[in-house]
Design a protein around this ligand. Sequence first.
Ligand SMILES: Cc1ncc(COP(=O)(O)O)c(C=O)c1O
Length: 404
Amino acid sequence: MNLKDIKKEFPIFSNKVHNNDLVYLDSANSSQKPLVVVDRIYDFYTKEFSNVGRSVHYLAVAATNLYENTRSSVQKYINAKDKNEIVFTKGATEAINLVANSFGQKYLKEGDEVLLTELEHHSNYVPWHYLRKSKGIKIEFAEINENGEVTLDSIEKKITKKTKIIAITHLSNVTGAILPVKEIIKLAHSKGIPVLIDGCQSAPHLKLDMQDLDCDFYAISCHKMYGPTGLGILYAKKKWLEELPPYQGGGGMINEVKKESISYGDLPNKFEAGTMATAQVIAFDESIKFLNKIGIENIVKHENELMDYGQELLRRNNSVTLIGNPKNKGAVLSFTMKDIHPHDIATILDEDGVAIRAGHHCCQILHDKLGLAATARASLGVYNTKDDLDQLNSSINKCKKIFE
Ligand SMILES: Cc1ncc(COP(=O)(O)O)c(C=O)c1O
């Protein structure tokens, strides 16, 4: 698939925003959806709909097969060893809550430490905070350096004999820093500590290989991968899924229910309670096909080129201060402008059809550390072009003039 024409695959780009072409620079928040994904949802509901894993009629069996096909596609996409290591959740947030709850319930006690970083999204902090409240665990934070990175060294400094799990982002949604997760996992495992990776920002932009990474848990957000909302993935090593107690109880996750006892279903059903996001799972198979058709290597190359171009443009723009300067950086450009609130920047850019995000991006700990209440953030996806970045820069210049 030619990346030059990729915008045509996304119906949203045929609409105007305030009479302008849409320049969508908010993919770190959520990506736009290609027509194949939207069509798949429509087709499923109009021609194939049934709940999965329950009835034996034609539609139910067919829907269950489609649902399980997506699980196999995800397994291949992230190179997991076993298809049953893929658990569908309602988002990455639920995937992390699942681990914090189930792991916390079984393995954490008062005084135990969970090691996070200062870069974490609230989704990878608040669930651990609950355990601090309920169980008296301690939360430690590996610090960022002046480039907005977290190094192996900074992780190592915070590991103690009480560290029971390390939960860290793969790619920061603010500074764009890509963490040396493989080395961190190796170090953690040498000390017998399991690692959860928040892969929300990495999964749409980097090649993933669970077996090579050797991580214990990896959380993915499907709506950032050109897929539907209401869907996430927890990859977990089989041994953990076998050992951990279920997160939620309900239909579909049990084997046998008696008045006095319950036994749980096989993996991964044990972790998929109740009616799941059936249409979203089935449509997500199209997102994976879409990503495979372009090829992750081409996506990485395209986004890196855009990233370099965008960084250079904004560096040369003396009204802009870029946030973070990591050596290994993903498709995120966070910035501030002197004396202009990020919300004003975003509102003025919006008049030109330029969609960015402003705020703390669910990373208040990081913003506190940076001494900022908010930042503006332009983030990239496969559909972006150099023209989009030129428009960003010229709308920033317009914004500067308004405040002069
Ligand atoms: C780094 C990071 N972690 C977690 C999340 C939460 O993901 P979800 O929306 O799938 O719950 C996000 C979404 O913004 C994110 O950027």
